[in-house]
Design a binder for this molecule. Structure first.
Ligand code: ADP
Ligand code: MG
Length: 343
């Protein structure tokens, strides 16, 4: 009755910059529950970024090491319901006794305790008891402790005793690895260009990435076709409604801005700083290549510049591609991103 799902383990929890600290702290805790200074261990991050997977992987790893350690996973919502029921049924004593026997308590989504004073009091009591007895506590939350509203200060200060680690959205390479891992475990083949396309396109959260993958597989099965880029684009278009399906000036400006870490406003502005000028020229170059806008219109969208400025930009970028390998590589990456977008 530990409530753990065995499918959530470390083997299938792909490592990346997005989760390195949280993941390795999790492994350390699993190897020595209650003994490391990571007590409590608090994992936080946005929806679908792998909190539940990680905290359950810790629990499963503790269970698999053959130690005598009673691991309990419970969502904060369930904890609250159990507690409320216990009050109603006059069962507080057995509720408390049950929780005090736990060796490793994993409590998911503690933001749910917000505003629930009585539940927080109960949890505070259990937390203190377990912690004093060297038991491990692992928590997750959808935001950093300092941003948790409606939680009592004394509880928040306890959360800071141990280690707090965040989860971010995986970068492109990690997303590729997640997709490939999923392919492997499901025994499904997905061509490389489709894997790349999905990893490029779905940058919201991992659950959504998995959702797109599942729909794609379902579509292919239903239509009795192979999985290919065309189908992937179609599938994504149906799922993600607000996705622009066309490479337009806005999209190019946004992509180039992100790539060079420059704001879109700067791209349109008069600034003559070298790195901004180069990024602006790259953006103009891509607009010429990927949109049907006239040179005049492109110039207009970059702060009302003349069409001759656009011609000059296109020429400069072409020249630089010839002489600067690193620059050429950047252009290739951006072009790839543009092609991925085109349906
Ligand atoms: P959260 O609890 O933060 O909302 P979940 O733990 O439910 O997110 O993760 C959403 C989905 O994404 C799950 O199916 C999970 O297995 C998967 N997932 C998240 N991060 C990773 C990762 N690093 N490697 C593999 N799968 C991941
Ligand atoms: Mg969760």
């Amino acid at each position: 009755y530990s409530n753990l799902n065995p499918n959530y383990n470390f083997e299938n929890y792909i490592e990346g910059d997005c989760n390195r600290l949280a993941r390795s702290a999790g492994i350390a805790v699993a190897e020595k529950p209650g003994i490391t200074s990571f007590n409590p261990l608090m994992i936080y991050g946005g929806v679908g970024l792998g909190k539940t997977h990680l905290v359950q992987a810790i629990g499963n790893k503790i269970g698999s090491e053959g130690k005598k350690n009673f691991v309990l996973y419970v969502s904060s919502e369930k904890f609250t319901t159990q507690f409320t029921d216990a009050i109603k049924n006059n069962n507080i004593q057995s509720f408390t006794n049950f929780y005090l026997q736990v060796d490793t308590l994993i409590i998911d989504d503690v933001q749910f305790f917000s505003g629930k004073e009585k539940t927080q009091e109960m949890f505070f009591h259990i937390f203190n008891h377990l912690h004093q007895n060297g038991k491990q506590i692992i928590m997750s939350s959808d935001r950093a402790p300092r941003d948790l509203k409606g939680l009592q200060d004394r509880l928040l200060s306890r959360f800071k005793w141990g280690l707090t680690a965040d989860l971010q959205m995986p970068d492109f390479e990690t997303r590729m690895a997640i997709i490939m891992r999923k392919m492997q475990s499901d025994g499904i083949y997905i061509p490389d260009d489709v894997v790349e396309y999905l990893a490029y396109s779905v940058d919201t959260n991992v659950r959504e990435l998995e959702g797109v993958l599942i729909s794609l597989i379902a579509h292919a099965t239903l239509n009795k076709t192979d999985i290919n880029l065309e189908l992937a684009k179609q599938t994504l278009k149906n799922i993600v409604h607000d996705i622009e399906s066309e490479v337009g000036i806005d999209y190019i400006q946004k992509s180039v801005g992100e790539y060079f870490q420059i704001s879109v406003d700067d791209l349109k502005d008069k600034t003559r700083k070298k790195e901004i000028v180069i990024a602006r020229q790259v953006a103009m170059f891509l607009c010429k290549e990927y949109t049907n806008h006239s040179l005049k219109s492109i110039g207009y969208h970059f702060g009302g510049r003349d069409h001759s400025t656009v011609i000059h930009a296109v020429q400069s970028v072409s020249d630089m591609i010839d002489i600067d390998q690193k620059f050429a590589h950047s252009i290739d990456e951006l072009k790839k991103k543009m092609r991925m977008k085109q349906v």
